[in-house]
Design a protein around this ligand. Structure first.
Ligand code: ADP
Ligand code: MG
Length: 325
């Protein structure tokens, strides 16, 4: 059966990188295009009601999640977002909904300094599709990419993991009922906040250009996204379970069977997973300190393929990440 990634590889990877101004095409978090003497970065993301967020979520929250998720792909490239297109499919023309959605989107655009310059509006099941366009920082000679990890690199993770999947379990009534762990009201609020307004690590990604080798944003799940770097770079990533940063809202969750799949395979964390040479450690620590974003050294890259998980108390989950098919 064809997976989402088989479909992309089999049917939609026909434009060769290196031709027609395509510097970096299908297969990374965003594409890099040569337009005259300038380079342009572009990424598209679609959110479907009932699939990527509960259909009853507030319009403000839907707008903030859609924008953050889209910008997270730019963070993974070290790029600066500048322009946005919105393809909006609506079940009806509810003006209260539209007003709330539009003002939240406008606030987000102002916060990240991006201009909404186009899109499309159609009728159908609620679907938000955003395309962000932008550029690399002026100092950049190249962008961060999935295929640039080298044997001997350190592997790093920004922020902390597990909140995205834990939040989803609260938002899906069936999953919540079977869950043994009951978060406090404060923890639940923190998790929901993370789900609807994850913080795209734009400043970190931009600071890592020229310092880190490979990067990806953790949207599918740590192991799945580490697997994307390993496959694209033709290396093996070794991750140390005991060094993985766990989100503070999950501090009271002691059940490993519940916690570990969320941390390893849950997805929706929107943190950066990146690799860098060992001699960059002090530079990365300085960037982390300056931006106030935790960066944890969680593993290494070596010759080989795939992802290995180390740690006596850690078990590979049955599914390593989210896939649509
Ligand atoms: P991400 O999770 O970072 O948004 P995806 O896993 O959705 O990335 O996509 C993987 C790669 O495949 C990306 O480079 C994306 O642009 C590309 N891609 C996904 N769907 C299509 C499609 N229908 N046509 C062309 N490229 C696609
Ligand atoms: Mg991505």
């Amino acid at each position: 059966m064809a997976s989402e990634f088989d479909i992309i590889a089999r049917y939609f990877s026909f434009a060769a990188a290196g031709s027609g101004g395509v510097v970096l095409g299908v297969g990374d978090d965003a594409a890099l295009l040569q337009a005259g003497s300038e380079q342009v970065m572009v990424a598209t993301d679609t959110l479907v009601a009932g699939m990527h967020f509960p259909a009853a979520a507030s319009p403000e929250r839907i707008a903030s999640r859609a924008l953050a998720v889209n910008l997270s792909d730019f963070a993974a490239m070290g790029a600066i977002p500048r322009w946005l297109c919105l393809a909006l499919t609506l079940p009806d023309n509810d003006e209260n909904w539209l007003q709330a959605f539009a003002s939240a989107l406008a606030n987000g655009c102002a916060q990240y300094n991006v201009a909404l310059v186009g899109g499309d509006t159609t009728r159908g099941p609620l679907t938000i599709s955003l395309t962000v366009l932008g550029q690399l920082p002026a100092h950049a000679l190249s962008c961060l990419r999935r295929d640039a990890a080298k044997p001997g690199d350190d592997v790093w993770v920004s922020g902390a993991l597990g909140a995205g999947a834990a939040a989803l379990s609260l938002l899906e009534p069936a999953a919540a009922k079977s869950a043994a762990w009951r978060p406090t009201a404060a923890q639940a609020q923190q998790l929901e906040q993370h789900f609807y307004a994850p913080e795209p690590r734009l400043a970190l990604g931009q600071a890592l250009v020229g310092c880190a080798h490979a990067a990806i944003d953790i949207s599918d799940g740590l192991l799945a996204d580490a697997g994307h770097i390993a496959a694209a770079s033709d290396v093996q990533l070794v991750l140390r379970g005991d060094d993985l940063p766990i989100h503070e809202a999950l501090a009271t969750l002691e059940n490993k069977q519940q916690l570990q799949p969320w941390v390893l395979a849950g997805g929706d964390d929107y943190e950066l997973l990146f690799t860098a040479a060992r001699d960059q450690r002090s530079k990365i620590e300085a960037i982390s300190e300056q931006l106030g974003i935790r960066c944890s050294l969680v593993g290494s890259a070596q010759a080989g393929s795939g992802v290995i998980l180390q740690g006596a108390n850690w078990t590979m989950p049955a599914a390593t990440g989210f896939q649509h098919f």
